[in-house]
Write a protein that binds this ligand. Structure first.
Ligand SMILES: Cc1cc2nc3c(=O)[nH]c(=O)nc-3n(C[C@H](O)[C@H](O)[C@H](O)COP(=O)(O)OP(=O)(O)OC[C@H]3O[C@@H](n4cnc5c(N)ncnc54)[C@H](O)[C@@H]3O)c2cc1C
Length: 361
């Protein structure tokens, strides 16, 4: 979120500095691990519209990049008959007149020979979906931001933020810095650096595992879509990077960014491997590697994008609840709009901070 905000600020000609506590492109937060799903299917029309508004921004960044950042492989959701979530998503997309296809399991196999779903499966396919090469997206935002005049300070930690005066003051490992506007997008470190707001955020440990199929060419982007099982909440990607990536979207063990246990959960790995083999029985999958990442979730899984209640010059972008990356370039644009103009044309009402007070009242 921070790299995207820096990019959009710089492209508007605003002098901006990005501060990152680790090396750029590190694997310690929420935005590493080769790929992220982009999708336009959601339960709420706001997210569908935001996803649609995000596509041209990714395409713009893609056009500047040497390597392809976004692969439109399509996304196939599936579940057993009677699953309310898939029915709801299909209903919302149809009510909005958005194009989706509901293939039978036989049609799925005809289109994607590797996939064999059980006979009583409902599916929902959208072509406006696929995968984003997450690390490249971040580095491209940063590179283009710097080309447009932004400064990036890596391995600089912000210890404290003093917002008592109109111009916020940062105490960092590189000394003090004062700024006109401040955007705080700390990912899973939000409960620490935004302690004053007592946000109802839950940081959880999530893990991704890569498996190499025997015949890799049948599993590449184009041969397979991104796929998600709405009964188990398991999902997977075509073979990109070390192999076919799988993960569980269910919330993992609660943790904190400073204490997260990065030991891989081998039971979860085995469960995901068994699931993969059950829907793609023709191939053997050998385990390659796994990685630990964190979700920072709000109770309603809606994001937080709002001004700090104690200082209108400070913006908070947090709680991306395990589904934020696809929107990151748009979130950066929204943050740049809010920082520069105090307003944005995009629908951000549901991301307000005061919804938590209303929920408590
Ligand atoms: C396993 C997994 C799979 C996911 N899959 C998807 C998906 O398929 N599609 C999707 O849309 N989303 C997905 N998400 C969610 C998405 O990746 C996140 O919502 C998004 O990347 C969060 O970005 P962020 O900028 O908020 O956090 P981060 O990427 O963690 O960035 C925060 C940055 O702030 C820095 N920072 C924090 N505190 C300080 C400080 N005090 N001083 C200096 N720097 C600091 C950190 O070092 C970090 O680099 C997934 C997340 C995980 C963990």
């Amino acid at each position: 979120m921070g790299s995207a905000a820096l990019y959009h600020l710089a492209r508007r000609g605003i002098g901006a500095v990005g501060i990152e506590q680790f090396q750029l492109g590190h694997a310690l937060g929420s935005s590493h691990g080769f790929s992220r799903i982009f999708r336009d299917i959601y339960e709420h029309p706001d997210y569908i519209k935001l996803a649609e508004a995000t596509i041209p921004l990714w395409q713009e960044l893609d056009s500047l990049a040497a390597d392809q950042l976004m692969h439109f492989t399509g996304l196939l959701y599936f579940a057993r008959h009677g699953n309310q979530k898939i029915a709801q998503r299909i209903g919302v997309m149809e009510a909005l007149g958005r194009s989706i296809e509901c293939f039978t399991p036989q049609e799925v196999t005809a289109r994607y020979p590797a996939l064999h779903l059980p006979p009583d499966t409902v599916t929902c396919f959208t072509a406006r979906a696929g995968l984003l090469i997450v690390g490249r997206c971040i580095l491209e935002h940063l590179e283009q931001a710097q080309r447009a005049g932004a400064t990036v300070q890596e391995r600089v930690r912000v210890h404290r933020v003093d917002i008592s005066q109109e111009t916020p003051l940062l105490e960092t490992s590189a000394g003090q810095m004062r700024c006109d506007r401040l955007i705080i997008s700390p990912g899973p470190w939000a409960p620490e650096i935004l302690e004053d707001l007592s946000l109802p955020l839950q940081v959880t440990r999530q893990q991704e595992f890569y498996f190499r199929p025997e015949h890799r060419d049948r599993y590449k982007p184009g041969q397979l879509p991104v796929f998600g099982d709405m009964d188990t909440k398991f999902y997977g990607f075509p073979d990109y990077g070390p192999g076919v990536k799988t993960a569980d979207d269910g919330l993992g063990v609660e943790t904190s960014a400073s204490e997260v246990d990065r030991t891989l959960d081998l039971d979860k790995r085995d469960e995901l491997q068994a699931w993969l083999s059950s829907i793609m029985p023709d191939s053997g999958f050998s385990y390659v590697e796994g990685t630990t990442c964190m979700y920072t979730s709000t109770p309603d899984r809606d994001f937080i994008i709002d001004a700090h209640p104690g200082n209108a010059n400070v913006l908070v972008a947090a709680g991306f609840s395990g589904h934020g990356f696809k929107f990151s370039t748009l979130v950066g644009k929204i943050l740049a709009d809010l920082a520069a103009d105090g307003a944005t044309k995009y629908p951000v009402e549901r991301f307000r901070l005061d919804r938590f007070e209303k929920a408590q009242a």
